[in-house]
Design a protein around this ligand. Sequence first.
Ligand code: ZN
Length: 712
Amino acid sequence: MSVRLTRTPLFRILPLALVAAGLTPPVALVAQTTPRLPERAVRRDIPLTNTIRRAYAAGTRDSTGRPGRNYWQIRTDYTINARLDATTSRLTGRETVVLHNNSPDSLGQIQLRLDPNIFLGNTPQAATWVPSEVTDGMVITRMTINGQTVNLAGPPPAGGDGARAAQAAAAAQNAQVPNQPTILGLRTTTARVNLPTKIAPRSTTTLEIEWNHKIPGGPGVGHRMTQRWADTLYQPTQWYPRVAVYDDLRGWDNELYLGPSEFYNNFGRFDVRLDVPAGWIVSGTGVLQNPEEVLTPNARERIAGVLASDNITTIVGPEEIGPGQATQRGKPIAGSEGDRLVWHFVADTVNDFAWATAKKFLWQMTRATIPAKGPIPITMVYLPDRARFYDTAGQVARHALEFYSKQWFPYQFPQLTLQDGPSAGMEYPMVINSNKGAADHETGHQWWPMVVSNNETWYGWMDEGFNQYMNILSDADAAGQTPSFDGLGQSYGRTSGNEAEPPMMWIANYDGPQFYGFTTYSKTPLMLSMLGGIVGDSAVQRAHREWANAWMFKHPSPWDYMFFMSNALKRDLGWFWYYWLFTTESVDGSIQRSVSTSAGRTTVTVRQDGQMPSPVVLEVKFKPGRQAIRPMRNAVMKDSLTAVVTYPVDVWFTGSKTFDAVLDFGPRAIERIRLDPNCRFPDRDARDNVWPRAATPTAEPAGQGRRQAACT
Ligand SMILES: [Zn+2]
């Protein structure tokens, strides 16, 4: 007998048994058979997935939202030597990666990221973007792990089909030895090395990789799809084989690079030598180690004065071209054509390395003054005929560095470089591939993901969205204005309900081209606008600052953010995070038409038709008069004729979709009532937020500009 069979009859039989016993069944008992559901069941907890449950069980994270007592992350230190052959646009490299396995796990595999394979043309892509040029992708010619050669032909074949047979032949050619590491996925953007001997916890492993690839040029359409202009300017990004992140949430990060979603990288030290034709200027992540070898005495002398003022200093001018003018003369290097120079950069504790080089870069510098740190250099390298895109770029970058340093924490790196080229609007540690257009935004990325290093592939909103929010602050500051988030939260109501919109907690790699931008970039400022409407914008920013400081040079998850913010704001915000991050619901508030007044009390019926609840905020405008306006405990006077009354979100937790707000201001007549006067709560149509309906301009049938106008 099953539980199911015993339960159902019990409900049915019990009243009958009572009747048989001569008793009338109590009403409540009958009602139990047809339970009434609440109009709206408000969910108030933050959903957990197995990923975060695992971290909580291991103590690597906890519900404080801070790194847990057992938090760990792996570290990867790179030494890279790369040579650019400008006649073939080919980059050839040799790298050593020291993998510090700080995890408690024994690792039987190493996951690699081979992003240049997106240019193979036959790898999966998530957008309609066009790679500029189909190349032969990342070609790995040799790999060793702790000195043991990796079999690049793949694992020993198990099947008998043609592909397997070919693989078998290749494996035989590769002279496979027993218990040799093997690699899978060499022709995808993420490859896996299977290890015969596991990597022990808290040990280091050394990978040596020799590789080469063609830097893609041509007329690509879309982000990061072109990395050079002809054979005179190169902007290598995602350009070297990387060891993927292994973390406490998902183990190895084996997500494919599909185009739109960005990256998730380990922190570590980069020691990089870049061998380019003499006369070509190189910029990049880190600090140049050998200026005497590559820069002219003139350039070095000009650089020496850069930190003394906010002036823009030209280091290499448009007339200074070629070896002996733009750079030192250079010398022949074995395996390279013509005279060469090797530029040596070192960066401590960064999560990536990017660079650029061009035959005729115009090089300018200025400075930013970082609180508690002092002046640091800002470098700009661009083509002389594109100077108009850089005329204010130095000033914009300086403002961003100084403003965000005050807003979150001081800029963590020793320099910032703006690089010209086709792959514009992209960020790397200490490097932004940007002119003045996106200089503020891309500089903002130096806070996230370059220091607060979220998994952008899954949760791009934690860097792009936060960045969009803070760009509003920076823009207002630069213009000497007060930033306003009014209207933003409400505007989401016009998007909510679109079945193509993925929730923000969905993996952004699969958001789809229609909504990737909205979910990753645009929605977060709307969410934080609503949060500011509840706790105040300055409280949001204070809590966000504390969160950022807690996760510097670490990998926070969205749960860490949600719990940290709730704790820092001392509010039970589970419902807020649930609806914004796990659903695409809205509030859809309105004031019902009948507003009644009796004995100095006015009853306003507020309705919420959406699934997302919000506090009830009513702006009450009084008519001029002699009767005193009686104070209400939950009201503040904005001016002598305007009160703002607030009821907490809790009024909805009983499950009703309507709430009667009783305004107890005494006999003074009320002229107008507005729901959500700062337009912070998602609402499809704000015209029904006013009483009386016809008394305000927002009552007119109007486009969205008009509907928002009341808040801006
Ligand atoms: Zn961005």
